[in-house]
Design a protein around this ligand. Structure first.
Ligand code: ADP
Ligand code: MG
Length: 685
């Protein structure tokens, strides 16, 4: 048997069991041995029968003292026998498991584990697990700490446990080491085969801790090493010029509002970094609408004032355009030059921007992925800002910062992530949290509605539009291909224009439009010349039109919670009461739960927690959103100390042998290739 063999090659595994295993994502022998327990039952505490008490879950040693009887009572088949150890007797019962008669041998000593109850004044143990012991009471195999797996109804703990145990006996010699010896010694990591065996069947507490530490280290180390390779560099605190002038009061006069306390605190943190003489590497986390843009503007302002350029990268054309407009409005009157760079500019326009960036005529450039093209170079790049960063590939932000020397970076996101995940993805970075919304924000009232309510929904839209306010209608992708989707939304918009919303100014925005067309539509909407904007999800992130008060989301069940929250954040930005209407006929449990959550809270933090829960255990840490593999054993909340060691180890390794070409690293290289075979291109920051 090989680790790569399919489970069907294991003795006693037929099609049925293979299917059950597949439902646990176990396909090969290797998957099976790496299917780690979710918990353990400590059965080192073995009681005598006399010590058993009703209500306990206990482990005790006893002989089967009688023949196992099988009885029928109504629809139940009851198997019953008597257990005894010389200190007392206890009855054992199993329901609907008549084969117990053959499984238990009279006179044989077993170890039983189960819940003790009291029936008619007699102690009983119900459906206990059991395993035979040697006559001297010693276990036939392994220690007494028993693994508990996540499993399905039809595949019992016992069967899964036995399966893993027997497979391990077979393949342990094949559990090859791939962490280089030097690292293993330096970080005191036990060998792989010891770790795999002891994670399933720990001999004692100490071996369990050693095994777990090794496997957590291994999991994070593989990931971290792969990420370093993807990034192609090591981000370290590098020296950088110290900013002298940190007075941003001229900027404040140009903003139409006072900063919130949280914004001010974040700016102070940025200024401290700017003055430190080391490169800033800072993440700003703040719920939608908390005002991250103003913070970015002030950071850009200070950078320009100190003689360097700023680049702001946004994930979509629409968002880049909006930022460009906002920045130009504030900065151009102060004599600070802004430019837009997206791939849909004409060639000539692009070249003009390239030239102006190179000779320093542009102070702040705002764009999309177009910013990372080779043709882009700066006279003196001082600050890179990425907005809604989780949309970018790992390498992309690095490429941008490499276009200058001693570049500060600022990453902005509305999606909270655990500190450990931030560390894994961004390396050593500092985090500022904007935990305060600007004053005067109205709560957004959210309703979930069936399509049967369309007449009322359209009536409400008309009512709001006639009161001078604006409405978004979001249509997610429901057709298989973009062409059909485009047709569907185009028809929908036309239908509304001529039917239910007749007389209102209804326009369409979609991803296939040219930059200019998108810009025109967004500008018209921002000016109030469009009442209802029907849009595909290009609108999702960042858009800011305070007069928009209604967000209608069609097929709302198509979106995850975070996306819904982002979308809803497009309204409630002005002084008028705002509404979000989630339209869905879905009866799916998760979908309904999501809609319910949306209706009950506006708190981004609560929503992201719920989101993690609803995504299920495999994606508990939100790693999938970033394209990372599921964590099999590492706990991203608790294993931060191991992570720090891993980071140190992978950086050292990367310094000495970035491509893992050396012989001692060959196994590691192979393992990384195997694990990240496909999908690493999807890893995003
Ligand atoms: P996000 O953090 O989601 O990117 P924005 O930066 O787009 O949010 O800001 C949302 C809205 O709040 C904008 O209209 C912005 O002008 C406004 N805003 C930002 N800061 C303040 C503040 N301190 N007081 C009032 N309004 C503010
Ligand atoms: Mg934003």
């Amino acid at each position: 048997m090989q680790l790569t063999s399919l489970v069907t090659e294991i003795k006693n595994i037929g099609g049925e069991r293979a299917k059950l295993l597949a439902s646990l994502n176990i396909h090969t022998v290797g998957d099976l041995v790496e299917y780690f327990p979710r918990d353990y039952d400590d059965r080192t505490d073995v009681l005598t029968v006399a010590e058993l008490k009703a209500g306990d879950s206990a482990t005790f040693r006893a002989k089967v003292a009688a023949n196992t009887e099988v009885m029928r009572a109504k629809r139940l088949v009851i198997a019953k026998t008597l257990l005894s150890d010389g200190t007392g007797n206890i009855e054992a019962v199993w329901y609907n498991q008549p084969y117990m008669k053959n499984n238990l041998k009279q006179g044989q000593l077993y170890l039983f584990t189960g819940k003790i109850t009291e029936k008619f004044n007699r102690l009983q143990v119900e459906s206990p697990e059991f395993e035979p012991l040697k006559p001297n009471g010693e276990p036939i195999s392994g220690g007494r700490i028993v693994p508990i797996y996540t499993t399905t109804k039809k595949l019992s703990q016992k069967i899964l446990r036995q399966l893993i145990k027997s497979v391990l006996e077979d393949v342990t010699p094949q559990l090859a080491e791939f962490i280089p010896e030097k690292i293993r010694r330096q970080y005191r990591l036990c060998e792989r085969s010891f770790a795999i065996n002891n994670i399933h069947f720990p001999q004692n507490d100490e071996s369990f801790f050693m095994a777990r530490r090794r496997l957590v280290f291994e999991e994070l180390f593989l990931l971290q090493t792969k990420l370093l390779q993807l990034k192609g560099n090591i981000r370290e605190k590098t020296a950088c010029f110290k900013m002298k002038d940190a007075d941003y009061s001229p900027m404040l006069n140009r903003l139409s509002f006072d900063l919130t306390g949280a914004q001010r605190r974040t700016i102070e943190e940025i200024i401290k970094d700017f003055k430190s003489g080391l490169c800033m590497n800072r993440l700003i986390q703040g719920d939608v609408g908390c005002g991250k843009t103003a913070v970015a503007m002030i950071a850009a302002y200070l950078t320009v004032k100190n003689g360097a350029q700023t680049a702001l990268m946004a994930p979509t054309d629409v968002l880049a355009l909006q930022h460009y407009k906002g920045f130009s409005e504030i900065f151009e009157p102060m004599g600070i030059k802004c430019a837009l760079l997206t791939s849909s500019l004409k060639k000539k326009e692009k070249q003009a921007v390239y030239l102006a960036l190179e000779n320093g005529d542009i102070d702040i450039v705002i764009g999309t992925h177009a910013l990372i093209q080779d043709a882009v170079s700066f006279k003196r790049l001082g600050l890179v800002i990425t907005d809604e960063q989780h949309r970018f590939g790992v390498r992309q932000r690095e490429i941008l910062t490499e276009k200058g020397e001693g570049v500060h970076t600022l990453v902005m996101t509305a999606t909270p992530i655990p500190r450990t995940l931030a560390l894994i993805l961004y390396g050593d970075l500092d985090i500022s949290v904007i935990d305060e919304l600007p004053p005067g924000r109205q709560e957004i009232t959210t309703y979930a509605m069936h399509t049967a309510y369309y007449p009322r929904i359209y009536g409400f839209i008309r009512h709001e539009a006639e009161a001078g306010r604006q409405i978004y209608i979001i249509c997610p992708m429901i057709e298989e291909n973009e062409k059909m989707q485009l047709k569907a939304v185009t028809e929908y918009a036309a239908q509304l224009r001529e039917g239910a919303l007749f007389g209102l100014r209804v326009e369409l925005l979609h991803g296939k439009m040219s930059n200019d067309e998108k810009q025109t539509i967004m500008e018209e909407f921002a000016k109030g010349n469009i009442d209802v904007l029907v849009s595909t999800t290009v609108i999702e992130v960042g858009i800011n039109v305070p007069n928009a008060t209604v967000m209608v989301i069609e097929n709302a069940d198509r979106f995850g919670l975070s996306a819904l929250h982002q979308l809803r954040g497009r309204v409630g930005r002005g002084s008028e009461k705002s509404y979000c209407i989630l339209v869905s006929d879905s009866k799916g449990k998760t979908a309904l739960e999501r809609l319910k959550t949306m209706c009950s809270t506006n708190d981004g933090f609560v929503i992201s927690e719920k989101d993690l829960k609803l995504r299920g255990p495999g994606d508990f840490f939100g790693t999938r959103q970033h394209g990372l593999p599921e964590m099999k054993i590492a706990n991203l909340y608790k294993d931060i100390d191991i992570l720090k060691e891993v980071q140190q180890a992978s950086v050292e390794l990367y310094r000495g042998d970035p491509e893992l070409d050396m012989e001692e690293n060959e196994n590691l290289r192979r393992k990384i290739t195997e694990i990240f075979e496909s999908g690493s291109e999807k890893i995003c920051l």
